[in-house]
Design a protein around this ligand. Structure first.
Ligand code: GLN
Length: 451
């Protein structure tokens, strides 16, 4: 590998990052360190720079999840994905801004302030992996990793105009990812091209003894992802697209459909009868899991501690002043949902609905190879537009959360721009552990220059 080339690239991206500092993409950089580590190895990611979301651990680096409660905390260990990236020769050049604890759809819920969209700085990047998507979109890093619980890789990828994959649940180790909702969380790659995305995906995927939920299922090879099985039948759940989706997004979906028809694929209508319950189900289960996962941030064990006279004040004041409003809202909702008397009405019921949603996808994938959906109902909205209306904000995830509930893999691909010049994203969903079908299809779409 050409050492000088990597050095020059890191310098150039650093200068560009300084010029674009107002976009608030990185919370911290480690260009020299990243370069040094990268040069110790060589592999699939040699010569590439990678940005990592601030909820993924790197030994001896701060890890804050964009939260005050983790200020001053430094990670004592490294996440498996980071280890794998470094072992493949990748240079980890910085940690990216995000919604606090990955809760949000706009990357505005951050102690560092909102991330701004490189396509229009008055607009949000989407969230919660907004910094990772923007870093790739603005050319500040070749590749990035984010985490996706209900859409947090796919929706910012759509808003910023890049590729973003949520792998099958269990495909990528969560060891070293700060848990938000453990039964949904999945780390995923972001890139400007499908080939780049594939290299990062095959690097980070695969079983890890340190994560008991990581699947022991063979990972597709680079070749299988580049040139995998050609899909024959595509399903579109038209009834979900009748209301509330921007027209320009539906037009791009049609462009993709026409391409498939011309390539000899069948497009069929499918139904996902329980998908209309996905938002409610997700926000019950994700908040319940979050309330339990975030109980550990008590002012004693990690980061920030509020000065107090006694122990109960210490807990109370550290949590009251350490968490931001959206995180507190979720902890309260989740605690309520799990409380005696309400548990069965909400949590148990939502688990049952999750099973039905999962079954919808299992049934549909008996018939089709891929499903198409928009990634989000709109393009990037203005900063501040939805921040005081959480329910409205939650609807930004209407097309991503059903996939997260089922655990199937899905990618958001850039599909042109709307009349304001804002990127449009389309979502391609595949069957469990069939990332290679999605990725090789996306490569054909990219080569066809449809958008
Ligand atoms: N926007 C969704 C939420 O707020 C998803 C976030 C995520 O995927 N981390 O929960």
């Amino acid at each position: 590998m050409d050492i000088n080339r990597l050095h020059t690239k890191i310098q150039e991206q650093g200068r560009l990052a300084d010029r674009l500092d107002d976009l608030n993409i990185f919370v911290r950089t480690r260009r020299e360190q990243g370069e040094k580590e990268a040069l110790l190895n060589s592999g699939l990611l040699s010569g590439n720079t990678i940005a990592v979301k601030d909820n993924i651990a790197i030994k001896d680096e701060p890890l804050t999840c964009a939260s005050k409660i983790l200020m001053g905390y430094t990670s004592p260990f490294t996440a498996t994905v980071v280890e794998r990236i470094i072992a493949a020769g990748g240079a980890i050049i910085g940690q990216t801004n995000q919604d606090e604890f990955a809760m949000g759809s706009s990357s505005e819920n951050s102690i560092y302030g909102p991330v701004r969209n490189p396509n229009d700085p008055e607009r949000v990047t989407g969230g919660s992996s907004g910094g990772s998507a923007a870093a790739v979109a603005a050319g500040l890093a070749d590749l990035a990793v984010g985490s996706d619980t209900g859409g947090s890789v796919r929706q910012p990828a759509a808003f910023c105009g890049v590729y973003g994959l949520k792998p099958t649940y269990g495909r990528v180790s969560r060891y070293g990812l700060v848990a938000f909702a453990s039964s949904f969380d999945q780390i995923g790659p972001l890139a400007n091209s499908v080939d780049d995305l594939i290299r990062l995906f095959v690097t980070i995927a695969g079983h890890d003894d340190k994560d008991s939920t990581s699947a022991d299922t063979p990972v597709p090879t680079l070749e299988e992802c580049l040139d995998g099985p050609v899909p024959k039948k595509i399903g579109i759940p038209r009834s979900l697209l009748k209301k509330g989706v921007a027209k320009e997004i539906l037009v791009q979906l049609e462009v993709l459909e026409n391409f498939c028809r011309k390539s000899g694929m069948d497009i069929v209508e499918i139904s996902l009868p329980h998908a209309p319950y996905a938002i409610a189900t997700y926000y019950i289960l994700a908040t319940a899991e979050a309330s339990s996962n975030l109980a550990r941030f008590d002012g004693i064990r990690y980061g920030y501690r509020h000065p107090s006279e006694n122990l109960s004040d210490l807990y109370e004041l550290s949590r009251a002043t350490g968490f931001g409003p959206e995180v507190k809202r979720r902890i309260m909702l989740g605690t309520y949902i799990l409380s005696a008397g309400y548990y069965d009405a909400y949590y148990t019921k939502a688990q049952k609905v999750r099973t039905l949603i999962k079954q919808d996808f299992i049934d549909v994938f008996r018939e089709v190879d891929l499903i198409f959906l928009p990634t989000a109902p709109t393009t990037a909205f203005k900063i501040g537009a939805l921040i005081n209306n959480p329910l409205e904000m939650y609807l930004a995830d209407i097309f991503t959360v059903p996939i997260s509930l089922a655990g199937v893999p899905a990618i958001s691909i850039p599909a042109g721009k709307d009349r304001n010049g804002l990127p449009i994203g389309l979502q391609i969903v595949g069957d469990y552990f069939r990332e290679e079908t999605i990725l090789s299809f996306c490569r054909k779409v990219e080569q066809a220059n449809l958008f």
